[in-house]
Ligand binder design. Structure first.
Ligand code: RRO
Length: 297
C-alpha cells in the first residue's frame, strides 16, 4: 500500500510522526551514526519545544512509572531561541524528513517572537504551538481557555506564512471549543493530546511528592482511550487536519486514531521502549491496510 500523503505543504511518506520531546534525533545520530538518517522512524520530525530564553528544566526526579503509563515533569529544558537556531537547527536540517519546530512562551509577544524567527528559516516546514502553559500576564492556561488561545493564534498568524499546528492540552473542560478557537484564529492543523496532569506520591514519605516539581504529565498506554475520545470530539468539530496521539504503540492503535478522525498519528512514549517504534508502527499500519483492502477499515 502507498501510505504517503501531502499535507500542510509537506510530502510525508507515511502518516506516523513523533510527539514533540519524545525522540532526540540529535542524540540518536550521535549514538547510532548515519543509520538514523538512513531509516528514520518518522515521516516528519517534531522538535522538542523551545522557549525564547534558555531553561534548565525541573529539579529531579523527573519521571515516575505508573501502571501502563509514565509521568514526566521535565520542565522544558532547552537552549532558547538563539541556542536552538545556532546549534540544533543545522543538525536537524540534515534529517531526511520535513522539520516541524515546537515553540512555547508565556506571553503573546513571546509566541510572536518565536514564530517570526523560526518561521523565517527556510529549513522549517511548519511550526507547532505548544500552548500547555499559563500566560503570565492573564494567569490563564493558554491552551485551556478558548478566548486566550484565540488571542495568541490571532497574534502570531500574520507573522509567518508557514503552517501553524496548535498542540492542544487535554487538561481543559471542552477540548473541542479550544480546537475551534484555534481554527477560527487561523491555525492550519491541531494536534492532541499533550499529557494529562498527574501527581505521583512518594513511595516512602507520607504526604510527600515523588517528582521534583510535584506534578507532571501522564502519557503512554494509560491515556490512549482518553486520547481517542478527545481526537473524535475535535475531529467532529474542526475542518483542519488533526494529528492524533496518546498511547499509540502499534499499527492497530494508529489505525484507531485515523478512524477517530486523525489525518496523522504521532508516537511518543513508545519510542522510549523502542527507538524504532515509528518504523514498526508505520509497517504494521501498512499491513493492516493491505489486508483490509482499504485505508479506513
Ligand atoms: O518539558 C516538559 O515537561 C513537557 C512539555 Br513542554 C510538554 O508539552 N508535555 C509534557 O508532558 N512535558
Amino acid at each position: 500500500m502507498n501510505l504517503s500523503l501531502d499535507l500542510l505543504g509537506m510530502r510525508l511518506e507515511h502518516p506516523i510522526l513523533n510527539g514533540s520531546g519524545t525522540f532526540d534525533a540529535i542524540a540518536a545520530r550521535r549514538a547510532f551514526g548515519d543509520a538514523v538518517d538512513a531509516e528514520f522512524p518518522f515521516s516528519a520530525f517534531v522538535s522538542k519545544t523551545i522557549t525564547p530564553e534558555p531553561r534548565a528544566g525541573n529539579p529531579p526526579p523527573r519521571l515516575y512509572e505508573t501502571p501502563s503509563g509514565l509521568i514526566n515533569s521535565i520542565g522544558l529544558p532547552n537552549k532558547g531561541l538563539e541556542g536552538f537556531c545556532a546549534e540544533d537547527l543545522p543538525e536537524l536540517t540534515r534529517l531526511p524528513v520535513p522539520l516541524v519546530v515546537s515553540v512555547m512562551a508565556t506571553s503573546r509577544e513571546g509566541f510572536a517572537l518565536l514564530v517570526e524567527r523560526v518561521g523565517a528559516r527556510e529549513e522549517v516546514a511548519a511550526i507547532e504551538l505548544n500552548v500547555s502553559c499559563p500566560n503570565v500576564a492573564t494567569g490563564l492556561d493558554i491552551g485551556a481557555d478558548p478566548r486566550e488561545l484565540h488571542a495568541v493564534v490571532t497574534e502570531v498568524r500574520p507573522r509567518t506564512t508557514k503552517p501553524l499546528i496548535v498542540k492542544l492540552t487535554p487538561n481543559t473542560a471542552d477540548v473541542a471549543a479550544v480546537a475551534q478557537a484555534a481554527e477560527d484564529a487561523g491555525a492550519d492543523a491541531v494536534s492532541l493530546i499533550n499529557t494529562l496532569r498527574a501527581y505521583a506520591p512518594h513511595p516512602h514519605r507520607a504526604g510527600a511528592a515523588w517528582l521534583g516539581n510535584a506534578t507532571g504529565g501522564l502519557s503512554g498506554p494509560a491515556v490512549r482511550t482518553v486520547a481517542l475520545a478527545q481526537v473524535r470530539q475535535v475531529a467532529k468539530r474542526v475542518s483542519v487536519p488533526v494529528v492524533g496521539m496518546g498511547g499509540v504503540g502499534s499499527g492497530r492503535h494508529a489505525a484507531d486514531m485515523l478512524e477517530a478522525g486523525a489525518t496523522l498519528v504521532a508516537v511518543g512514549t513508545e519510542s522510549f521502549r523502542d527507538a524504532a517504534a515509528g518504523t514498526r508502527i508505520s509497517r504494521e499500519l501498512d499491513d493492516l491496510f493491505a489486508n483490509s483492502g482499504e485505508k479506513t477499515a
